[in-house]
Design a protein around this ligand. Structure first.
Ligand code: HOZ
Length: 427
């Protein structure tokens, strides 16, 4: 029963566009109304009608410790007792910057902002200022927040709703954006051969998670590092999702690549709004007030948000945290694959660390085009069936499932069993 959720949604639609404050959560893509949540406890969500769900959205990535982790809650409580915002520096920001630099050595200087969108927007401005060039290269199906220049063939909500580009963005701006197929060496090479001296940067999610989870082909990230260096363009890793999810050093540590700039968000805020961008000292020194590239924020480095982030990172740095995440995530992957085998279904499971997608297609998914071969109607029915059984999955084929440290083996096994029931029913 979702009576209260339905009533809230009816009211919400009268005051909020589409009844929601971010599009995908409206659950339109899965032909459902959104569930309104009352609270979270570890791996569980409890909705407005008192139903409990095993959660794989994890607030779209930040909640790697699960909901309301006691240490995060305590830090938030103590920080808020000391004052909610000062609009002036606090020691916590320095601690966060130092911790980020230790975990991600490519960050020689790092600036805190309020969201991943702000981080990527600021990184682009900086890349353009540093290089004196205008063009940017991105990849189809990668999503970097709702930055004007980057809403071209983007993933996440745009993939979910089939929006190729958002109205309201002048062509004069998007004309400078080159969007290429992910994992396509030749396309990148041709773009550089044609526009090499005009390209300010290549920005990408090193392991895309906004068109479903896609694994970079062997050598693709190194190739991007080399070609950007050759042409004097910057390489920007958008690690808003992968930062601290794949390990303390994110994707760059996993793949041994040093980008020029890195964008962070989600986990470093522990469920509160935080973003960051950083990289080489020579480039970051251009940011105001050290340099002329303007970027600012009243709530940047907010003490409550930074406290939540620090508490989250400290938990992740405890011995065994990432091993536990890996073993839970592998159990989920193998369980789902076994179900597909048993039921003789051709769908694909892609997992990278604790991010996973069940693609409803018989094609290998290596880029946006292949992700788009998924049967999204089937996915919608699957999502509904899982919800009925108390499993809350991202309400889009093109969003990643996130495993947290709060999930228990029983939760994973229950999820696999529910998937078996639903997929058997769907045939
Ligand atoms: N863009 C986020 C998912 N990748 C948030 C989606 C939402 O809340 O609508």
């Amino acid at each position: 029963m979702n009576l209260r959720s339905k009533l809230f949604f009816e009211r919400a639609k009268k005051s909020i566009p589409g009844g929601v404050n971010s599009p995908v959560r409206a659950c339109k893509a899965v032909k459902s109304d959104p569930v309104f949540f009352e609270r979270g406890e570890g791996p569980y969500l409890i909705d407005a009608d008192g139903n409990r769900y095993i959660d794989y959205v994890g607030s779209w990535g930040p909640l790697i410790l699960g909901h309301a982790h006691p240490n995060v809650v305590a830090e938030v409580y103590f920080a808020s007792k000391r004052g909610t915002s000062f609009g002036a520096p606090t020691w916590l920001e320095v601690e966060m910057a130092e911790l980020l630099k230790t975990c991600i050595p490519s960050l020689e200087l790092v600036r805190l902002v309020n969201s991943g969108t702000e981080a990527t927007m600021s990184a682009l401005r900086l890349a353009r200022a540093y290089t004196g060039r205008k063009k940017i290269v991105k990849f189809d199906g990668c999503y970097h927040g709702h930055v004007d220049s980057l809403l071209v063939k983007a993933g996440s909500g745009l993939a979910t709703f089939g929006i190729p580009a958002s109205p309201g963005i002048p062509e004069e701006l998007t004309n400078h954006t080159i969007s290429l197929p992910f994992n396509d060496f030749d396309a990148v090479k041709s773009a550089f051969e044609k526009f090499g001296q005009e390209i300010a940067c290549v920005i990408l999610e090193p392991v895309p998670a906004n068109m479903g989870v896609i694994i970079p082909k062997e050598g693709f990230l190194i190739f991007l590092r080399e070609i950007t260096a050759k042409y004097g363009a910057l390489l920007i890793f958008d690690e808003v999702i992968t930062g601290f999810r794949l390990g303390p050093g994110g994707a760059q540590e996993k793949f041994g690549i040093k980008p020029d700039l890195t964008c962070l968000g989600k986990i470093i805020g522990g469920g509160l709004p935080v973003g960051a961008y950083g990289g080489k000292r020579e480039i970051m020194s251009l940011v105001a007030p050290e340099g002329p590239v303007y970027q600012a924020g009243t709530l940047s480095g907010n003490p409550i948000a930074v406290s939540a982030g620090l508490a989250t990172i400290r938990e992740l740095l405890k011995p065994g945290a990432y091993e536990k995440l890996e073993s839970l995530s592998q159990r989920l992957e193998l369980g789902l694959k076994e179900v597909l085998r048993d039921l003789n279904l051709p769908y694909k499971v892609t997992r990278f660390c604790s991010m996973l997608t069940l693609f409803f297609t018989d094609k290998e998914v290596t880029d946006f085009q292949s992700a788009l071969t998924c049967d999204t109607d089937k996915f919608a029915l699957f999502w509904q069936g899982m919800l009925k059984r108390g499993i809350y999955l991202p309400p889009s084929q093109f969003e990643a499932w996130f495993v947290s440290l709060a999930h228990k083996v029983e939760d994973i096994d229950r999820t696999v069993e529910c998937a078996r029931e639903v997929l058997r029913e769907l045939g």
